[in-house]
Design a protein around this ligand. Sequence first.
Ligand code: PXG
Length: 292
Amino acid sequence: MSKLIYLDGELVPEEQAKVSVFDHGLLYGDGVFEGIRAYNGRIFRLDQHIDRLYRSAHAIMLNIGMTKEEMAAAVVKTVRANELRDAYIRLVVTRGVGDLGLDPRQCPKATVFIIAATIKLYPEEMCRNGLQIITCSTRRNMPDAVDPALKSLNYLNNIMAKIETIRANAGEGLLLNNEGYVTECTGDNIFIVNGKRLITPPVSAGVLEGVTRDCVMELARVAGLEVEEGLFRLTAVYNAHECFLTGTAAEVISVTEVDGRAIGSGTPGPATGMLQQRFADYVRQEGTPVYS
Ligand code: PXG
């Protein structure tokens, strides 16, 4: 069945959902985006995703031309039009159509599109047994150049790391910053666990402030774990009791091996399992209803 795509205020069949070759999102990666999930007819943390989208847009001086409320309504409308209950939603705002120069003033109006599709999940076996990941030689973008906290259409840094990950036949690729501190994976945040203590790199290390990361930190605190944002190096990962990743696609997924080193027992640990369960329960209850 052909999908209905939201494009600049209208729902159009996917065959007609086309953007110009002069769109600066394509010519320069000049734009911002979000990846959002819906579970059981509810959009997970929609407001948080929209807030992050508008923060990213503000930082690059991109006027979206819609209020946050209008954007939220457009997302709901797109999911509903496609009759989805479980969905992966891609929300993209580009600088819009301009000429061949960089000058964003030549782009009078942002392009906004929303795709509601289904998500490609990690294979069941990886969810159960955990991921084997590698550290990539590609370093995370420096926050004082292109800040990873900005979810921009410039994802080449992540793509380069993804290519290394694929070539190594690994489940994910971990990126360090220029000082050698652990940042995040190509599409997921990272946590290490020692006893009752969870540690994840701070946003200032050069990471995206993940919506799943935030949620898992809340759930962990409720469960009586200590949660800290702090810098750490690879040695701390290799010697952690447990390690896991969080992300819209991955949810909470265990990491059982990093660069050939077994993490803890080399099998998914108890804190990770507990948080996986709490997250799964939580997403089914919480969220903006699509059908009411
Ligand atoms: N870091 C980076 C670089 C990301 O791209 C995350 C962390 C996790 O953030 P959220 O807000 O999702 O918890 C992301 C998000 C995919 C896919 O298909 C990847 C993401 C989101 C949705 C789908 O690989 N990455």
